[in-house]
Design a binder for this molecule. Sequence first.
Ligand code: SF4
Length: 474
Amino acid sequence: MIRMEKILKTRGLYETFPRKGGNAQGATHYCAGCGHGIIHKLVGEAMADLGIQDRTVAISPVGCAVFGYYYFDCGNIQAAHGRAAALASAVSRVEPNSVLISYQGDGDLASIGFNQTFQAANRGDRMAIIFVNNAVYGMTGGQLAPTTLAGQKTATSPMGRDTATAGYPVHVCELLDQLQAPVYIERCSVADAKRVMQARRAIRHALEIQRDGKGFALVEILSPGPTCLHMEPLACAEHFINEMEKEFPLGKLRDRAAEIPAATPDTTKYPTLNEFFGVKVGGDVKGSGPRADVGEIRVKVSGYGGQGVLRLGLLIAEGAQKAGCSASWYPSYGPEQRGGDSSCAVVISGAPVGSPVVAEPDLLVAMNQPALDRFTETVVPGGTILYEASVAKPPARHDVRLIPVPALAIADKAGNAQAANTALLAALAYHRLVPVAAEALQAAAEAGFTRKPAALKLNRQVFADTLKWCAEQA
Ligand code: SF4
């Protein structure tokens, strides 16, 4: 009898991957047959087996691996396009005991980010770069990349890469091998099982070098990308073995790890950034400025793109600043907005704001059902949810204050449902959910309409109608 056992994920990866809307998923977002999933597993396994997870900071690129932070169970930073190596250099200096993994694709590393990589390698900065080469820009649809093969057809080279105009494939390993400082450079592939095992060994070795503080390591991995190369997965793997390896031969270009003694870990306690800048955080922190009475209040505003979500957050932050508080406003951009969701975070404080990120809001302003579905559970016990009353499923929390407001109906009645954000702003002011007077919030709202008298009139009307509605419910 065959006994079926659950194959557990490595401890180096999260057990489930909490992507959009807080939905935890068991699978990655990568296409079937793509090498990224395999490489993530190899990195996660090595991290866990070497016992370096708590010291590791993985830096995700822009590209298909942009969501690396959903997968690697360690410290995570997401870099601007091509800047992962520069970030790793910075973290290596401020956190001497950290283990840095810069995970980058060929578009990210070999084009816009090449100089950052080259300079980090030349300085011998302490990091392992996992360079995933699939010969095109994957996420954006398969455009020509620095590593695209001569003659290869891509979205931007439909007749094939013409070396007379587009140059030749860039060999990152060979270029970096000209430098003195790098400790270890190897090129591998994940196109079949034997190659995956070689890649596994190389990734482990690169991370051992980081564990021991020896310096710069780069592992290039030829990684099939069936979707972006418009191939069937098996044909794509064969293409990588038969064609890509002709241009990018596998093998170790250098390994000086045995010559270099392991560095003694520096156990000095380095200050956190908040300690360094003297910033206090937490709900009981009081400032010394004009609003020394105000503790930290974390607000999340969410709804559909086009509902004025970002503007509502901005008005709350501007109103708070007018009232003498410190305030930050942090919009959610990028891939998370593609589903039509929009959200922003506002932090208000009597002291300088330490971080603009809001994971557990004191106040959630939800303009639609998906916003409630996504953020209701994140609100701290004792917090408040102010939400559009017409949603199908009101939030089921008994440990927070729930305030439904028919913002859409009020705004619609006044002349335009798009002013629903103003209705929620007025309700927020009425219930004193932030330490800002209603007049200051209204002034912030009106400041944007000084040259639009009709819009100004409408928003004033909505603000007044909402205050009246709230008073009638009291
Ligand atoms: S687009 Fe290409 S690189 Fe990106 S996940 Fe799909 S196959 Fe992989």
